[in-house]
Ligand binder design. Structure first.
Ligand code: PMP
Length: 361
């Protein structure tokens, strides 16, 4: 054992798994495992990239003023209640560092996003898992699990990897039922895929105990950029800014993200294309005997007979150069999460699942 010991609990943190983009021996690979946008980024974003290159001898702004102003303008939000981070992951990390510590409890749900328990453990807090109802967040179960040690409740809405969501009234009931001193994190990584949904902005606008987080990694097609943001009360934003490194975002990150948020036509195009192909894929898989819940995001949670079949199908897809995600770590060992790709990728994955089923039956 090393003479230098880390803080208690750090070695209990499981490393985040995911992100593979190659298959040994296969050259024509389609990656449907990370919920990335198959249409990529908009032309406005590509144009911004070149312009930005001229100013890189200067340090970036420390307060992200222009990016926050653009986000505020586009979404009708107060720019002084916005914080930007290196992906929404960083904003989630600030919230956890700010509001939970050793022996505190951090609640997340049965099939919740894998970063939530990792973040809780990073600060020495206890991750508390609450059951869902048929793969849907259960507000009553969360409220019943709250104690005076509960400091943070994380829900993603739409949720990853189930793709399900709960309505605004349910989220409000959750926020209003939390014990004093607990904060609700309404993680809106997939908000933009839901037509007409504000990601909980109105809810946050009227409450002191909620933060909404958003990302450029999904519908904006900028997973490689690493920019996310949060919206909360001025008091919360002030606290989180104290944990932020002054230059957490580069000039390039901010400029590209600003061009992206100002191009809402691209977001609308990606949303409608995703909805079209998601419906097609869900139906194609269902016809092959692989059902899924109605997804509100850019992926489908495909359910197989059991873990054995899901693992075998994953292996078969990989042999065909198709990367999807096994989600046993999310308590869903019989499922595969499949990102809704472009039309060709969706057809390819449905065809391969069909071949797999034919061989197996
Ligand atoms: N929340 C959820 C529910 C997610 O699925 C993801 C990405 N997998 C994130 C947050 C983090 O996204 P990012 O850090 O890329 O903004």
């Amino acid at each position: 054992m090393s003479v230098i010991q880390p803080q208690p609990g750090i070695m209990d943190i499981e490393l985040y798994v995911g992100g593979t983009s190659s298959v040994e021996g296969v050259s024509d690979v389609v990656k449907l495992s990370s919920n990335e946008n198959p249409l990529g980024t908009s032309d406005a974003v590509k144009a911004a990239h070149g312009k930005t290159g001229h100013n890189l001898h200067r340090y970036p702004s420390t307060d992200h003023a222009e990016l926050r102003a653009a986000i505020g303008e586009v979404h009708g939000l107060d720019k002084d209640r916005i914080i930007c981070g290196v992906g929404s992951d960083e904003v989630l990390q600030f919230v956890t560092q700010a509001y939970a510590g050793v022996d505190d409890e951090v609640i997340y749900t049965e099939h919740g996003f894998s970063m939530y328990p990792i973040l809780a453990r990073m600060v020495g807090a206890k991750p508390v898992v609450v059951p869902e109802r048929e793969r849907v967040v259960d507000v009553d179960a969360i409220l019943a699990a709250c104690t005076d040690k509960t400091k943070i409740v994380f829900i993603a809405n739409p949720a990853n990897p189930t793709g399900t969501m709960i309505g605004g009234n349910e989220v409000a009931r959750l926020a209003d039922g939390l014990p004093n001193g607990a904060i609700l994190v309404h993680d809106g990584a997939y908000t933009e895929y839901v037509e007409g949904f504000d990601g909980g902005a109105l809810l946050v606008g009227a409450r002191e105990n909620v933060i909404m987080t958003r990302t450029f990694s999904k519908i904006y097609g900028l997973g490689g950029l690493r920019v996310g943001w949060g919206y909360a009360s001025r008091e919360i934003i002030d606290v989180l800014n104290r944990l932020r490194q002054p230059f957490n975002l580069s000039t390039i990150q901010m400029s590209v993200a600003e061009a992206a948020v100002r191009d809402q036509a691209w977001v609308r195009k990606c949303r409608s294309e995703n909805a079209r192909m998601r419906a097609w894929l869900a139906e194609a898989l269902a016809e092959l005997g692989v059902p899924s819940d109605t997804s509100t995001a850019n992926f489908i949670l495909a359910r197989f007979a059991d873990q054995d079949e899901a693992v075998a199908c994953d292996a078969y897809l990989k042999s065909q150069g198709i990367i999807v995600r096994l989600v046993a770590g999310y308590g869903l060992p019989h499922c595969l999460r499949i990102t809704v790709g472009d039309e060709a990728s969706c057809r390819r994955v449905a065809h391969a699942v069909g071949q797999f089923k034919a061989k197996r039956n």
